[in-house]
Write a protein that binds this ligand. Structure first.
Ligand SMILES: [Zn+2]
Length: 300
């Protein structure tokens, strides 16, 4: 089949201060690489901005109004880590719309991959760590609200714990959260997900994959999961500047292949986001993020 890929050019269009940590160009570089390597295997979809109605299902009304109108306090903006701009808000709403579209496409096609997304540090009433609003939470809630699934599992393999998603769905039995992350890393306070797998620093491919393969199938089976949202963050890579794990590109490929293949074999729709990945040279992130697409083309 042709793999549905969701992208918008705004993902790489944001002016940031010099030496800002956020890899703003990686989205564009990844997209260019996909077009040059896999143009026969993919179909591109462009999202619209998410509706505020969907955002308010997950987020605090006052927080979102202040965020959109540049009324957040300096300390709240500092916790987010971006200078406020209209473009930042536009980009955030489009990117969240992209994850929602990816989830809907996955329901219809079995799979969809968003070339953005994974803003898992956004809580209901505040943003944090480059995350303003939680696209994973909004997309999951929207799938439930449309009765397109009854039990969603969010598999978060970004190296950082999915603290925002964990607190948002703390008391929601329809949406389960699983975070596989490096224990000694941001965020310092890690509220409980439904399932947390904290890993020691320096962990390599073999041990990482062993954890993953032994745990995920059991969680899916025990809970009768009928939809998966997958955050395929590559900040688990050994060369990442914000992660402390030691995975290789091959390890990331095997991780992504395992999860996608498992979903396919169980006829579980799976919506993927690319998640985190931090290097000074944004182009260097492309090979790591490409593993998800290679695995998906292989599986589907
Ligand atoms: Zn991360």
């Amino acid at each position: 089949m042709v793999l549905p890929v969701i992208y918008h050019e705004i993902y790489s269009q944001l002016e940031l201060p010099e030496k800002h940590r956020y890899p703003i160009l990686k989205y564009k570089f990844l997209y260019e690489s996909l077009l040059s390597q896999f143009s026969q295997n993919i179909k591109i979809f462009h999202p619209n901005s998410v509706s505020l109605k969907k955002v308010f299902r997950v987020h605090d009304l006052e927080y979102i109004n202040q965020l959109i109108n540049n009324k957040l306090s300096l300390s709240k903006m500092r916790r987010i880590g971006f200078p406020w701009s209209e473009q930042l808000i536009k980009r955030t709403l489009l990117s969240t719309g992209g994850t929602c579209l990816t989830a809907e496409i996955a329901i219809n096609h079995g799979v969809g991959i968003h070339c953005s997304g994974g803003y898992h540090h956004a809580h209901s009433s505040f943003g944090s760590g480059f995350c303003l609003i939680n696209d994973l939470a909004i997309a999951a809630q929207s799938i439930i609200d449309q009765s397109l699934a009854t039990k969603i599992l969010i598999i978060d393999c970004d190296v950082h714990q999915g603290d925002g998603t964990a607190t948002i769905f703390e008391k929601n039995p329809d949406i389960l959260t699983l975070s596989i992350h490096c224990e000694k890393n941001f965020p310092s306070r890690k509220p409980n997900s439904d399932y947390d797998i904290p890993l020691e620093r320096e962990m390599k491919d073999y041990e990482y994959l062993d954890y993953l393969k032994s745990i995920i199938p059991i969680i899916i089976k025990q809970n009768n999961v009928d939809f998966v949202l997958y955050d395929a963050g590559v900040d688990v890579h050994q060369d990442d500047e914000l992660g402390y794990l030691k995975l290789t590109n091959q390890g990331i490929y095997e991780r992504d292949f395992f999860i996608l293949n498992l979903c396919k074999n169980l006829s579980l729709p799976v919506a993927c986001v690319i998640g985190g990945g931090y290097r000074n040279n944004h182009q260097d992130l492309v090979p790591a993020h490409m593993q998800l697409f290679k695995a998906a083309i292989e599986v589907f």
